[in-house]
Each structure stands twice: as structure tokens, then as C-alpha cells.
Design a protein around this ligand. Sequence first.
Ligand SMILES: NC(=O)c1ccc[n+]([C@@H]2O[C@H](COP(=O)([O-])OP(=O)(O)OC[C@H]3O[C@@H](n4cnc5c(N)ncnc54)[C@H](OP(=O)(O)O)[C@@H]3O)[C@@H](O)[C@H]2O)c1
Length: 248
Amino acid sequence: MDTKIILITGGISGIGRAAALAFAKQGDTVVVAGRREMEGKALQAELRAIGGEALFIQTDVRRDGEVAALIDQTVARFGRIDAAVNAAGTEGQPGLIVDQTAESYAATFDTNVLGTLLSMKHEIRVMQAQGHGNIVNVSSTFGHRGGPYASVYAASKHAVEGFTKSAALETAGAGIRVNAVAPGVTQTDMLDRFTGNEENKAGLLSTVPMKRAGHVDELAGAIVFLASDQAGYMTGQVLSVDGGKSAG
Ligand SMILES: NC(=O)c1ccc[n+]([C@@H]2O[C@H](COP(=O)([O-])OP(=O)(O)OC[C@H]3O[C@@H](n4cnc5c(N)ncnc54)[C@H](OP(=O)(O)O)[C@@H]3O)[C@@H](O)[C@H]2O)c1
């Protein structure tokens, strides 16, 4: 199989990082984007040690110019972008709706919604020119359900799913597929920040039919599948990976 060029925002940690390692292990070239330079460079070295090409490009997805530069530098270095995974995200400031502010709204929406929009805008620009491409956004179980104590986050992920479906319809005729994965409770730094302590985490896990958190490799597997030719007739879809949560 030909080596694919894969771009991953939010690739430094958690689900994005697991996806970066999974693509590298199957021989793909991986470009990871995020804000933390030291961790990004360490991951770049780890990915190169697996055997393929890899590059970290420091990027804040909330800034149009930085996202444009990320995409342009990737194309300048590797010639194209076969697949892009938009995993950059934040849990924001969880809490009741009555406690939300314009600032807490912006802190969540700027990364999760504007960041996804800017990423797709520049990825699609390149994919349209090359005549093919494949985008996997990262939503959440909260992207199609209510999120008590996480309403702003839930609303932001609803927007990600709206963008995913709209972009899929706009680009299907151009050889581009746009899908999303919707993780349920998955063991990452974000889950620990979101729950705050072991008691809250156990409470959240008790609502999962499989009674455990997902492993990042289980999310990476779904992302690699959606980015592969095996999912070649899928576009505009949201694939839930949530231990059964969305079945009920
Ligand atoms: N863990 C879960 O239970 C769960 C459930 C549903 C959905 N998700 C979604 O999964 C995705 C990955 O989250 P995770 O759980 O793997 O948590 P994570 O480890 O905190 O990953 C989030 C990543 O996004 C990056 N990021 C945040 N803001 C950014 C910005 N403005 N520009 C560029 N990169 C930014 C972070 O890197 P830097 O800080 O270095 O920029 C980090 O690597 C998120 O979209 C999240 O909403 C997670």
C-alpha cells in the first residue's frame, strides 16, 4: 500500500496521539499539530523511531493564519494531505448553564467549533485541488445527546457534527469524505480534568453500559478505519465508540 500523508490536530496527547502512533505503525507519514512545543517535538522523535516520516508543527487551531500555515507547510514538505484528523479540543469549564459566561462559551467554542471550521476550511482547500481527501473530525457522545453540567461542551460538539455533515455534502462530488468519531468516556487527560476526582469518574463510568472507560487505542482504531479505503463509501457519518452509551 502507498504511504499516506496524515495530518492530526490535537495530536500531541490522548486520542490524537494514539491515532498518530497507529498511522505511523502502518507506515504512514504523520504531521502532528498542537500548542505544546516540547511535547510535540518529543512525539515527532517517537514517531520517526517507528520508521516513517513525521513532523510536528506548532499550531493553535483558533488562529486562521496558523492553521493556513500548518496546511501549507505540510503540502510544501510532503506534497499532499491524504487524510486529516481534527482532534484538537477542550472540555472548557464544565458546570451548570446558569453559571456559564461569554468567556466560558468562547473558551470552548473557539477551540472546538472555530478550530474545526478553520481546520476543515484549509484542509478542503488542498483536498479539492488534489482531487481527493478524507477528513475525520472528533465529536463526542455529547455531540448528539444532552450533556448535563457540560452544556457548552455538548453544544460545541453538536456544532462539530453539523459541520461534518454539511462539509460532507459540499465535498462528496469532489472525491472528499468527511466523517466523525464520537468517543464516549475515554481515558485521557481530558477525562481526568473533566471529572476532577476518582469518585466523579466512577460515577460517570457507572452510566456506561460496558462499565469501563474506552482506551485511546480503541478510538484510534475507529479513526484509522474511517480514514481508510475500507470506509470508501462512507461520508457524513458519525461513528460512536462509547461502550454502548448511545444505544440507550
Ligand atoms: N476523553 C474523552 O472522554 C472524550 C470524550 C469525547 C470526546 N473527546 C474529544 O476527543 C478529542 C481529544 O481529546 P482527549 O480526550 O484526547 O484530550 P487531550 O489529551 O486533552 O487532547 C486534546 C488535544 O487538543 C490539543 N489542543 C487543545 N486546544 C488546542 C488549540 N487551541 N490548538 C491546537 N491544539 C489544541 C491539546 O494539545 P495542546 O494543549 O498542546 O494544544 C491536546 O493534545 C477532543 O476533541 C475531545 O473533545 C474526548
